[in-house]
Every structure is written in C-alpha cells, then in structure tokens.
Design a protein around this ligand. Structure first.
Ligand code: ADP
Ligand code: MG
Length: 356
C-alpha cells in the first residue's frame, strides 16, 4: 500500500542543498565581509579597501593587493569545496588558516551576484568573471559559460558582491535596518584592522568620502587600537607577551588597567589570525575586573593567540566562530593568572582589592 505522497521521502535538489549550506555560512552581510577580508589577508595583501552600500545588502566591494587568483583558477574558484588551502583530511589538523573549507565564495555566489577581477604577478593583465550558484555565468545564446575577460588592473583581487539574498526573499526582507548591518560591519572590520599590523585596512560606505575605519600601513597593534578606538582608551592599556612551549602557544594581549571602564564590552579574540569566540576565555578574563570596574561597565580586552593548530578544535561550528583548545583548562587558567597579575599590579587602590 503506497503512502500518501506528502509523506514520501524525497532527496532535496542540489540547488536547495547548496542554498541551505550557503545560508549557514552567510547569515548576514557581515559574514560575507569577514570571509572576503580573511581571503585578502590569506593572500598576503598589505592594502585592503572595503566599501559597502545599504548595510552591505546592495553592494560590497573588497579590493586587495595580494597574490591574486590565476586565470585558470577563475573558472572554479566559486565552486563548493574548492580551495588552495587544504588537500587532505590530515591537513585539517595542520592548517593554520581557518579558511579551509572552500565554502565562502561558493556560498556567497549562491545568494548574490559575484564579480571577481584578479591579476597574479605573472599575468600581463587582470581577468574579470561573473558567477551565479558557484559557476561562471552562462551565456544564454550559446548555453556556454562566459569565460573570464581580460581587463586592465594591478596585482591583486577585487570582489564585488551585489544584491545579497536577492533570491531568498524572506531573508532579504529581514534586513530592513541597514544601520544595524553597517554597525556590525564596522565592528568586525575595526577588529581586523586592529589585529592586522602591517596591513592598511580602509572601510567606507559607498559614495562616502569619510571612512568608517582606516589604519595606515605598518602600525603596531597598540597604534591601531589608538587609531580605531581612540587615544583615551589607548593610553590606559596594559600589555602582556608570553610563550608557553609546552602548551605550544604564544599570546599577545592588550587590556585596560583597572581604573578604566566603559559601557560597551570589548573582548576581541584572534586565534591564528582569525576573529573567533571562546566563551570560557572571555568569562575568565572579564571576571578579573569584577572587583574593580563598576557594575554594568567593562574593560577593553584584546587577545591574539598563536597556537599549534594540532591543539585546536576548529571544526566545532559551521561558521567557525567558536573555538576550543584541546588543553582548554590549562591554557585558560594560565592566561587568566598572567592577566590578573598585571591588572592587580597596576591598581592604584590595591589595598581595597586585597580585602574585597
Ligand atoms: P577558502 O578560503 O576556504 O579556501 P574561499 O571560498 O574563501 O575558500 O576561497 C576559495 C579560494 O579562492 C581560496 O582558497 C583562494 O585560493 C582563492 N581566493 C579567494 N579570495 C582570494 C583573494 N582575495 N586573493 C587571492 N585568492 C583568493
Ligand atoms: Mg576563505
């Protein structure tokens, strides 16, 4: 006896599967910008400019002076699971860039119109190509892919993302607050700009001459904090540098002294050059300030960790944001201890703290 058709199990079409996967990686404009920015940094760029329109929903243009994408790679660059960064499953353990899944461009091209212009050092000129659903656009007259076309350009890559979520009506209409999306974009680009000493990063709204974020080339992280978050905060910073060979990690941290506090909570964490979340570390470091800063206010904490990728579980979340160390407790408690010592040592009312 056959079951009613509405209960029949059917395989989803490839198109639907790809769209679902895309929606996990790219949930809002800022996710696209973060992925694109990471690609520029992976490509060794020293100059990156980002412009966006309508909170990134109408247009995102990101241009870098990195190593570029070769003409032959332009054909496949937007396909799912195409990457120059990972070959075997074993590589997963070794990979130092988090951008290892080859899903970002594929996902973006599922939910937006993507145009890539790129030139490598070796090429005489740049090439430009347009993509839909992971593939080169199709010429409707011949039903063949439209090959990349030569165009003048400097070494590097420029990626243009237009009409994000144009084909997902419900998702798109969820974003009527462009100011909120802009705020998220500025937040993430600011953090990368601070971390990327030696790289100039510029963010502006399209048609604005004023920049949202701009860091000059070869500044230190503390210079970048001053440039991005202001001199008032920067002059209250304490710093920590430490390497633990046994646990196989290195840390650079900048955090405000106990006499400073602000309404907004900043806990900026980079692990192996990626902006990530680690709830345990955030909680541990924030709690150091509990006895110092007034309730409802927060310190500014910036942490950059380099850790052997073997000691890192990067595969925990599809957006790769939440990270866990394999020896989590040991690392978190050691870092907390070192930061606590610095914070306590600079407190002008230490007697009060000792009794508290
Ligand atoms: P992944 O970064 O995980 O490899 P992406 O979809 O983000 O996957 O990118 C796919 C590939 O496209 C990268 O591996 C890289 O070779 C190339 N690529 C993307 N963006 C750039 C860029 N800005 N400069 C040079 N190559 C790039
Ligand atoms: Mg990537």
């Amino acid at each position: 006896q056959s079951r009613p058709t509405e209960h029949k199990i059917k395989a989803l079409s490839k198109d639907v599967v790809n769209k679902i996967a895309a929606g996990e990686v790219i949930q809002r404009p800022v996710n696209a910008i973060k992925e694109l920015l990471e690609n520029c940094l992976d490509a060794g760029a020293t100059n990156i400019t980002v412009s966006y329109h309508q909170g990134g929903l109408k247009t995102i243009i990101i241009t870098d002076n990195g190593h570029g994408i070769s003409l032959e790679d332009l054909d496949i660059v937007c396909r799912r699971h195409t990457t120059s960064k990972l070959n075997t499953f074993e590589d997963l353990k070794e990979i130092s860039t988090f951008g290892f899944r080859g899903e970002a461009l594929a996902s973006i091209s599922q939910v937006a119109h993507v145009t890539i212009t790129s030139k490598t050092q070796e090429q005489q000129c740049a090439y430009k190509a347009e993509y839909t659903n992971g593939e080169l656009n199709i010429d409707t007259a011949t039903n063949q892919p439209i090959k990349p076309t030569p165009i003048a350009g400097l070494r590097g890559t420029s990626i243009r993302v237009e009409d994000l979520f144009f084909n997902i009506g419900a998702r798109r209409s969820g974003f009527n607050n462009h100011a909120e999306e802009s705020r998220r974009i500025i937040d993430v680009v600011s953090k990368y700009a601070v971390h990327s000493a030696g790289v100039s990063i510029t963010l502006r709204k399209q048609s604005d001459t004023k920049t949202d974020v701009h860091t000059p080339l070869s500044q230190s992280i503390t210079d970048n904090i001053r440039t991005v978050y202001g001199a008032k905060l920067a002059k209250e910073l304490l710093s920590l540098e430490h390497e633990n060979k046994q646990l196989d990690y290195k840390i650079t941290a900048h955090f405000t002294n106990p006499n400073y506090h602000e309404k907004k909570s900043y806990f900026i964490l980079f692990i192996n050059k990626r902006l990530v979340e680690h709830k345990g570390l955030k909680k541990a470091l924030s709690s150091i300030y509990d006895g110092y800063v007034p309730k409802g206010t927060h310190p500014f904490i910036f942490v950059s960790l380099t850790i052997n990728p073997k000691s890192l579980d990067v595969n925990v979340h599809p957006t790769k944001e939440e990270v866990i160390f394999l020896r989590d407790e040991e690392i978190v408690s050691e870092i907390k201890e070192m930061v606590a010592v610095k914070v306590a040592g600079s407190d002008s009312s230490r007697v009060f703290f000792a009794r508290a």
